[in-house]
Design a protein around this ligand. Structure first.
Ligand code: DX5
Ligand code: ZN
Length: 219
């Protein structure tokens, strides 16, 4: 089994010290920095925008993985890319033309991701397979950190794993929401190659980050 990429969600970090927190997870062995962008409209919470992403960029050389939970989303894609996003992921429900949005993300020079909510069918992937670098399976309903993992999403990960393998697709298969040391191995067994974790990485403060990340990697 391959070691999964660990993508700490800074939603669970101390927002008063964001730069420090990003440096701390970078030093603690994180693979990517997961940035949850919420607009209070697509999801019932408001977080951070492109200016904050730009301010954080000098604090880490890890890939910035921007998970956009905003609608409409298209008009903000360029701003997030310019702010330093390496991966930009969006929900199909957040705009009228998923295929166009994904193409545009790649045109901007970023990697493109599709995010599936717990009730979003996997078939949405079928006609955008050539246009994605990442599939993100939400194992909670988006909007908040600290929620419980929805077990049915393990089956969804398995179905997507098969779909990708059937055509030799190398997209990253990422899972997000309620991931912890107890369920991380189930995600990997189901076929996930990257895991987002907020609470499970940031619990215990900076001294615990390295051990928390190591535990999630199953090392
Ligand atoms: C939820 C976000 C997640 C979340 C993860 O909308 O996309 O990234 O913050 O946090 P935990 O790991 O605490 O569920
Ligand atoms: Zn997220």
């Amino acid at each position: 089994m391959t070691t999964p990429l660990i993508c700490p969600s800074i939603l669970a970090s101390d927002f008063a010290k964001l730069g420090e927190e990003v440096r701390a997870i970078t030093e603690a062995g994180a693979d990517w920095v997961h940035i949850d962008v919420m607009d209070g409209h697509f999801v019932p919470n408001i977080t951070i925008g492109p200016d904050v992403v730009k301010a954080l960029r000098p604090h880490s050389n890890l890939p910035f993985d921007c998970h956009l939970m905003i609608s409409p989303v298209d008009s903000f894609l360029e701003a997030f890319r310019n702010a330093g996003a390496d991966y930009i992921s969006l929900h199909p429900e957040a705009g009228p033309h998923l295929h166009r949005s994904l193409k545009y993300i790649r045109q901007l020079g970023a990697k493109a991701g599709v995010v599936l909510n717990p009730a979003t069918p996997v078939e949405i992937l079928d006609w955008v397979m050539d246009d994605i670098d990442l599939v993100l399976v939400m194992s909670v309903n988006p909007g908040f950190g600290g929620q419980s993992f929805i077990d049915s999403q393990l089956r969804k990960i398995e179905v997507i794993r098969k779909k990708l393998d059937a055509v030799g697709h190398h997209a990253i298969l990422q899972v997000d929401g309620g991931v912890n040391a107890q369920n991380a191995h189930k995600c990997v067994e189901a076929g996930a190659t990257a895991m987002v974790a907020g609470t499970a990485v940031f619990k215990g403060g900076p001294d615990a980050y390295a051990a928390n990340i190591k535990q999630l990697k199953g090392l």
